[in-house]
Write a protein that binds this ligand. Sequence first.
Ligand SMILES: Nc1ncnc2c1ncn2[C@@H]1O[C@H](COP(=O)(O)OP(=O)(O)OP(=O)(O)O)[C@@H](O)[C@H]1O
Ligand SMILES: [Mg+2]
Length: 492
Amino acid sequence: MFPSFSLRYARLPERLRAECLPTPVERPRLVAFNRELADELGFDLAAFEADEAAGALAGNQVPKGAEPVAMAYAGHQFGNFVPQLGDGRALLLGEVVDRHGRIRDIQLKGSGRTPFSRGGDGRAPLGPVLREYLVSEAMHALGIPTTRALAAVTTGERVFRRIPEPGAVLTRVASSHLRVGTFQYFAARGDTEAVRLLADEAIARHYPHLSDRADDGERYLALLDAVAERQTELVARWMGVGFIHGVMNTDNTAISGETIDYGPCAFMDTFDPRTVYSSIDEQGRYAYVNQPVVIQWNLARFAETLVPLIDSDGERAVERATPIIREVSERFEARWREVMRAKLGLATDEDGDGELAQALLDAMRAGRADFHLAFRYLADAVEAAAEAPRLKDIFESRDELEAWLPRWRERLAREEASNADIVARLNAANPAVIPRNHRVAEAIAAAEEDDFEPFEALLAVITDPYTTPDTEVDYTRPPRDEERVLRTFCGT
Ligand SMILES: Nc1ncnc2c1ncn2[C@@H]1O[C@H](COP(=O)(O)OP(=O)(O)OP(=O)(O)O)[C@@H](O)[C@H]1O
Ligand SMILES: [Mg+2]
């Protein structure tokens, strides 16, 4: 059933990883399987058999040709350096070449202890597995780079967190699992040769256009620049959909520029830039508004690992890398303005657009408006005479919105586009439905009682995010006060 594995990472020197077999589980049952993705990866779906797939995706049988490894990595967690993390509950089965010729990692998450497990049990509860499944697939449907979810299997075993919970294994697909933390692990040990191997692997897999730069220093500097570009764009796009990652540690920052590790993440409901969901982030380090600064900080940590590759003279290397890190804030601003222009229905570029977008966000904050509905319902207010009651109703106080609308319409007038075109642009840029935290929590609660119907129904609507769902359940509405999920438990 599985496509053939290429074992690139498993063939790298032993110190980059640990060979390790998954720990079998009692009663594997396939509860979600992404057929479309499986097909893209080259799975033989004609030979698909649910029980066999459940066994393989729970780790009870290692698929033919796979050589599972746990990857070594370190990381800054909430600003503190931890020299040894590594896949403590994940195993890379190997890489496959998909139908488009792209190399993709296939990894089990929650498949048992590894040499990097430290005190952990190597397992994952069903709730976090389903949250990662839903949110990563929604992210993909929104067109934002992300790891994907291929399958979820329940294990028939309990895992113990605050309370006993049903266990599960997620099969995750990534264009690679290289993280800033992977580089940090070897840099911290003074192992420049390993950092070079990783940098070469990152270039080969994610930035092949850089491989023909003859000068080593230039090439690794260009790698830093390319990662900075993708990560900056990624964060700008998160901001555009109101996404809060929740644990932007350097070990959760992917070199590919994909979103990775959906722990206590969520899409914001009421707009407040200080929003944070993680139960352990008491200082709000990873709040919505801090994400651009955090990514700059994480990229600076990445740059530090590359110093010996950039120039044998350390000071000169730092001098060469510093402008790239400094530029992250400007780059972010430029990407953010692009994202926001699209959300406002603007195809042309004017100097005041960033400020116009910020003024709407300020109005949303003052009016305690729902982030998603505020943008989605802008389409009602394009016409000068429009009453737009749906839009206005979601603002608790409207003065700032009322002042903003004429400014926006004036700007729209300079677009030289028909109102119908503007409305079409707005509806293509502002999703009708995202996986709201209370719906995710509801789907998880039902699944824990063995009812996967809410999970499936939610998955169906969030993977078609720009279409207003025609369902009995209203997936677009914000949570009622009693449904609001204020914090997501971070002890996955
Ligand atoms: N239950 C567990 N058993 C063993 N190790 C764990 C467990 N939970 C987390 N870890 C390890 O703790 C570190 C930080 O965890 P974090 O929550 O960022 O990652 P994760 O969600 O497990 O995985 P990923 O980043 O691959 O999505 C990682 O090295 C991770 O492997
Ligand atoms: Mg992680």
